[in-house]
Design a protein around this ligand. Structure first.
Ligand SMILES: [Fe+2]
Length: 140
């Protein structure tokens, strides 16, 4: 395994974080109905979390002497003002993010950088918590 493989994987994760920032900011602006009261705040919190995750991943790429991408993942962001649809989209996004970090961790372990592993494991746990949180929010 070369660092290039890991840098590519990290750039993929970064692209998803940049997309998550755009998605949550969009949904915070458009969420309507009574649930706007708490979901707008929740989505804005997710924007902040995604910015933090993106910063962690970017730092990792810098540490590995790679070049961090600046474009978001091109997967379309569904436009809606319906909170159920938003939560479905958020669930899909967080599941994708959790899977992405899950596949990155073994690559980081392989290069033996424990500091980097620790930093990215924290992000992985955040994503897993988000998936579980959304699963509960989507329940009747
Ligand atoms: Fe994230």
């Amino acid at each position: 395994m070369t660092n290039n493989e890991l840098i590519t994987a990290l750039n993929n994760a970064l692209a998803w974080e940049l997309r998550a920032i755009a998605m949550y900011a969009h949904y915070a602006a458009y969420v309507s109905g009574i649930h706007r009261l708490h979901l707008a705040t929740h989505f804005n919190t997710e924007v902040t979390e995604s910015v933090t995750h993106a910063a962690t991943v970017r730092s990792a790429i810098v540490k590995l002497d790679g070049e961090a991408i600046t474009e978001r993942d091109p997967t379309p962001i569904v436009h809606t003002s319906n909170y159920q649809e938003m939560l479905q989209e958020a669930y899909a996004t967080e599941s994708k993010a959790a899977a992405t970090y899950g596949s990155i961790l073994p690559l980081v372990e392989a290069i033996g950088d424990t500091e980097l592993f620790d930093a990215l494991e924290v992000v992985y746990f955040d994503e897993q918590r988000s998936v579980e949180e959304l699963r509960m929010m989507l329940k009747d």
